[in-house]
Design a binder for this molecule. Structure first.
Ligand code: AP5
Ligand code: MG
Ligand code: ZN
Length: 217
């Protein structure tokens, strides 16, 4: 039975950081809707240009577009054994569409990890985040600094700040999370697949708690 693990949590809660570690631990591909949109934007595809108009405001990209993009990704060969989902689903409609698509193949969500972090900590994390232009590796100027400022440890790529990490946009992303995404916590809790994770700890302690929550998959 393929394994589908969802990392659920507000902006900057550490979904991407932890996914980069857990994908090897679980042996599953990391499927991040935000990364897929940014990849499309980098290559100036119609999907990327459309998504940008929403991302720049910190709003969600419409469900139909997002669902089609992610289900298409999950149908690719490397996802035959399942996937580690990051940033999707983010609305009830997305969650239901995913459940439905999996059920068609007799599959279901294995576990949802609900990473909890207070809003004021999230704002600080976003403001110090830096990302490698070449490989997408995520850093933080205080909490996960690169060896040389502005340069990726892995490939020497240039580190940049995401357009939507400006303080005004971040406030909107947080309010969108509380309005549109947080209802998924109850949705998955009712399915009996949700585990709460304290995301307000050092990165390696969060990883340890996540691994514990995944131990009996
Ligand atoms: P997306 O890219 O998914 O952004 P997000 O959910 O806002 O989450 P982030 O990527 O900002 O945070 P993260 O949890 O990955 O944290 P990270 O590990 O980087 O989405 C962007 C946009 O795309 C959306 O606004 C929307 O427009 C669109 N979109 C995407 N998915 C969509 C969907 N399903 N439907 C509709 N629209 C969608 O960590 C953050 C920082 O903190 C880093 O600097 C990191 O080094 C640091 N850090 C991490 N963990 C710790 C720790 N434990 N202690 C200290 N620092 C830490
Ligand atoms: Mg991310
Ligand atoms: Zn890099």
């Amino acid at each position: 039975m393929p394994t589908y693990v969802i990392l659920l949590g507000p902006p900057a809660s550490g979904k991407g950081t932890q996914a980069a570690i857990l994908k090897d631990y679980l042996g599953l591909p990391h499927v991040a809707s935000g990364d897929l949109f940014r990849y499309n934007l980098k290559h100036q595809t119609p999907l990327g240009l459309q998504a940008k108009t929403y991302m720049d405001r910190g709003a969600l990209v419409p469900d139909d577009v997002t669902i089609a993009m992610v289900l298409d990704r999950l149908a690719q060969e490397d996802c035959a054994g399942g996937a580690l989902l990051d940033g999707f689903p983010r609305t009830l409609a997305q969650a239901q569409a995913l459940d439905h698509a999996l059920a068609e193949h007799g599959r279901r969500i294995s576990r949802v990890l609900n990473i909890q972090v207070p809003d004021d900590v999230l704002v600080e994390r976003v403001s110090g985040r830096r990302i490698c232009r070449t490989c997408g590796e995520t850093y933080h100027i205080r909490f996960k600094p690169p060896k040389t400022p502005g340069v990726c440890d892995l490939d020497g790529g240039e580190l940049y700040q995401r357009d939507d990490d400006k303080p005004e946009t971040v406030r909107n992303r947080l309010s969108v999370y509380w309005k549109q995404t947080s209802p998924l916590v109850d949705y998955y809790r009712q399915q009996g697949v949700l585990v709460d994770i304290d995301g307000n700890q050092p990165i390696e302690d969060v990883t340890a708690q996540l691994k514990e929550a995944l131990a009996n998959l």
